[in-house]
Design a binder for this molecule. Sequence first.
Ligand code: AMP
Length: 115
Amino acid sequence: MADCIFCKIAAKEIPSSLVYEDEQVVAFKDLEPQAPVHVLVIPKKHVESVLALAEEDKGLVSHILVDVIPKLAKELGVAERGFRVVANTGEEGGQSVKHLHFHLLGGRSMQWPPG
Ligand code: AMP
C-alpha cells in the first residue's frame, strides 16, 4: 500500500534491521526498542490491524503465532525466560503504524498492567 512505512520495509524500499523473512512475513528490529529484545513481526500483505483480519488471513495469523514468533523467541534467546507478544490496535490501543504488527519483547521482566 502506498505511503505505508511497513509495506516499504517489507518491500525493502526503506532499510530495516531484518531478523527474519519468508514468503508471507518479515521481522525486523524496532527503531525505538522498549526492551533488550524488541522485534516487530509483520505480514508482507497490507492488513491495517487485528480488526481488519479476514477469514482468508487465518493461515497467515497462525503462521505468525505458531511458526514465526516461537522460532524467533528461541533464536533471540528469550523463549526460556519468557517474553511478551503485543498487537496494539486502534487509537486507544496505542497503534501508531496502521499495518498489522506483533511486537516481540523480551530480555527483561515485563510489568502488568501495561501503561
Ligand atoms: P505501534 O505503536 O504498536 O503501532 O508500534 C509501531 C512501532 O513501530 C513502534 O514501536 C516504532 O518504534 C516502530 N517503528 C516505526 N517506524 C519504524 C521503522 N522504520 N523501523 C523500525 N521500527 C519502526
